[in-house]
Design a protein around this ligand. Structure first.
Ligand code: DQA
Length: 147
């Protein structure tokens, strides 16, 4: 199957960005690890990062045309602000898992609101880079079992 990983704003800075919160792994390392794990199970995985809301929306819209089966998305700061990115995911109706490195529920109150969680198949947060690995494992289980 075809999986798409979307990373929102500032995640390009992983490795140096508040490492006590987000860990030391770079985005390149995380993406390479995910691609290797997906390939090992016979899946195809592409990653895309943008700091721009319109680019993330355009990539979600394109996912309908390129037959993406499943999306993992860390909307980053847009988690708490973007009705438009939420609407794009609802429009394409591709199942997705919401991912966060940190646990937004254990941080500032404004991070407790997500415009994505109620549409998501599930949410994985709080495990650092492992959050992505756990979300990928869950997505592949879903794809393989067909439910
Ligand atoms: C984040 C959590 C968000 O609240 C924050 O704005 C981010 C990263 C995370 O992965 O922990 O940029 O999505």
């Amino acid at each position: 199957a075809k999986l798409l990983v979307l990373h929102g704003p500032n995640l390009n800075l992983l490795g140096t960005r508040e490492p006590e919160i987000y860990g030391h792994a770079t985005l390149e390392e995380i993406d390479a690890d995910l691609a290797t794990r997906a390939l090992a199970k016979g899946h195809e995985l592409e990653s895309f990062q943008s700091n721009a809301e319109h680019e993330l929306i355009a990539r979600v819209q394109a996912a309908r045309e390129d037959d993406t089966d499943f999306i993992l998305i860390n909307p980053a700061g847009f988690t708490h602000t973007s009705v438009a990115l939420r609407d794009a995911l609802a429009a394409v109706a591709i199942p997705f898992i919401e991912v966060h490195l940190s646990n937004p529920h254990a941080r500032e109150p404004f991070r407790r609101t997500s415009y994505f969680s109620d549409l998501a198949v599930g949410v994985v947060c709080g495990f650092g880079p492992l959050s992505y690995g756990l979300a990928l494992a869950a997505a592949m289980r879903k794809l393989e079992s067909g439910d």
